[in-house]
Write a protein that binds this ligand. Structure first.
Ligand SMILES: [Zn+2]
Ligand SMILES: [Zn+2]
Length: 254
C-alpha cells in the first residue's frame, strides 16, 4: 500500500513537472503587478517616440487592451529619449542609443515588494536601423514584448531557434513565423487575468510620487539577477533602499 501511494505521488509530481515546463508554464514576472483598487484598470503609455515608431506603439496598446483585466491608452509622453520614469504610468521611448548591445529594454520600479509604480520601454534605433532588425515584424514584436513586461509578464520561451509559440513574449529569430510572434496569445491574456485576479487596498496606477530611475547604460542597472545562455536574456535589479527597486529586462541584439 505504502509503495503504491508513493508511486502515485511520484506520478503526480512528474505530471506537474511536465505541465510546468511546457508552454503553459506561468510566465508572471516575479509576481510584479500594478496595485489597483478596481478592475479592469487603465494604464497610460506615454508616447515619447519619433514618427516611425508611433504605429507600433498603437498596435501594442490595442493588442494588450484585449485583456479582460487591463486597458492601455497612448498619451503624450512626459519624458524624452532619456526615458526618465514617471510614477503611475509607462513611458515609451526610442533613440539611437548606440552600439551598447541591447535592442530593447523594459524597466519597472517597485515600491515595497511586488507593486509596480512606474515602467519604461526603450527601443534602440542603432540596431533597428540595420538590415537585420529594420523590419515591421521585429519592430512589432519587440514593442509588444517590452510593453508586456511593464504589466509584469515574463517571456513564455527564451529559445530563439525553436518553433514560434505565436506570441510576442516568445524569443525568436523569425518574428513573422509562421506562426507569427507579433502579438500576444491567449496564454498571455490568461496569465494577466491570473496576475490581476485580486484587488489591492491602495493603487499605484496613476499615483504621483517620486520614483527611482535607472539610465540606459548597463552600469546603471545594478546587479544581474537572471541570465539565459540560450538567448542572452538578462534581468538586472538595482536596489535604492527602503523597498524601492528598479528591475530591468534586457533584449540583447544578436
Ligand atoms: Zn496586489
Ligand atoms: Zn523581453
Amino acid at each position: 500500500m505504502r509503495m503504491k501511494l508513493l508511486a502515485a505521488a511520484l506520478t503526480a509530481a512528474a505530471a506537474t513537472l511536465t505541465f510546468t515546463t511546457s508552454a503553459q508554464a506561468s510566465h508572471s514576472w516575479g509576481g510584479y503587478h500594478w496595485a489597483r483598487t478596481s478592475s479592469p484598470f487603465t494604464l497610460k503609455l506615454g508616447d515619447n517616440l519619433s514618427s516611425g515608431w508611433k504605429s507600433y506603439l498603437s498596435t501594442a496598446s490595442s493588442d494588450w487592451s484585449s485583456s479582460a483585466v487591463l486597458d492601455t491608452t497612448v498619451v503624450t509622453g512626459q519624458s524624452n529619449s532619456a526615458c526618465r520614469a514617471t510614477s503611475g504610468r509607462v513611458e515609451v521611448c526610442n533613440s539611437t542609443y548606440g552600439s551598447n548591445g541591447w535592442l530593447g529594454l523594459a524597466s519597472i520600479s517597485l515600491s515595497g515588494g511586488t507593486h509596480i509604480s512606474s515602467g519604461t520601454v526603450q527601443v534602440n534605433d542603432t540596431y533597428f536601423n540595420t538590415s537585420t532588425y529594420n523590419t515591421a515584424a521585429y519592430r512589432t514584436m519587440v514593442m509588444c514584448q517590452e510593453v508586456g513586461h511593464t504589466f509584469g509578464l515574463d517571456h513564455q520561451d527564451t529559445n530563439q531557434t525553436n518553433a514560434n509559440l505565436g506570441t510576442c513574449m516568445d524569443y525568436t529569430n523569425n518574428p513573422s513565423g509562421p506562426p507569427s510572434n507579433l502579438h500576444p496569445n491567449s496564454h498571455d491574456y490568461s496569465q494577466l487575468s491570473s496576475i490581476y485576479s485580486h484587488l489591492d487596498s491602495t493603487g499605484t496606477v496613476g499615483l504621483t510620487k517620486a520614483v527611482p530611475a535607472v539610465g540606459n547604460s548597463k552600469a546603471s542597472w545594478g546587479k544581474r539577477m537572471e541570465h539565459s545562455d540560450e538567448s542572452g536574456v538578462d534581468t538586472y535589479v538595482r536596489d535604492f533602499g527602503k523597498g524601492e527597486k528598479v528591475i530591468t529586462f534586457v533584449y540583447w541584439a544578436n
